[in-house]
Design a protein. Structure first.
Length: 169
């Protein structure tokens, strides 16, 4: 250091730069992630065989839902879960979907921690639930569907896993 500098002058404290006020931290997002993609098909076994042979999917659990009217077969495809929906009767909603639109993407399922809270939030935003209250889903989950009219033509399922089975965030 040079002795020629002398004592330092006192300076005014720095002021914060003008600009927009800081936004409050957002609350935890109501959606934790993608639960699964559901595909409607008349033959889950045949479609599963294609996914296994072509893309290396792994066959997972199988369940019967809606009092045996819907067979659900799960496939793991890397980090993605596919749910193959095979109706067992002509009067099931998935059978009517197949009759109108043919096989293909049926719905996108989203993981949520507070199903009732998300349903209330959707109602407040003008998105109409199909299910007035949650109902049992596969693997011990509780689910509710949102009407596609309010979500760009996509049927969305909200899926709440049992506490012990929730994915770490």
């Amino acid at each position: 250091m040079s002795a020629a500098r002398g004592p330092r002058k006192a300076t005014a404290p720095r002021r914060a730069r003008p600009g927009p006020a800081r936004k409050p931290r957002p609350k935890k997002a109501p959606v934790a992630g993608l639960s699964h993609l559901a595909i409607a098909t008349a033959n889950a076994d045949a479609l599963a065989a294609v996914f296994i042979a072509a893309l290396g999917a792994e066959r997972g659990a199988e369940e019967m839902l809606d009092e045996g009217a819907l067979r659900v077969l799960f496939l793991r495809l890397g980090p993605i879960t596919l749910e193959l929906l095979e109706p067992r009767g002509w009067d099931h909603t998935v059978a009517r979907f197949l009759g109108k639109r043919g096989p293909g993407l049926h719905h996108v399922s989203l993981d949520v921690a507070d199903l009732e809270g998300v349903l209330e939030r959707c109602r407040a935003a003008g998105v109409e639930p199909i299910d007035a209250s949650p109902r049992p889903g596969a693997h011990g989950t509780r689910v509710a569907f949102l009407h596609p009219k309010g979500l760009g033509g996509v049927l969305v399922e909200l899926c709440e896993r049992p506490r012990a089975a929730r994915r770490p965030r």
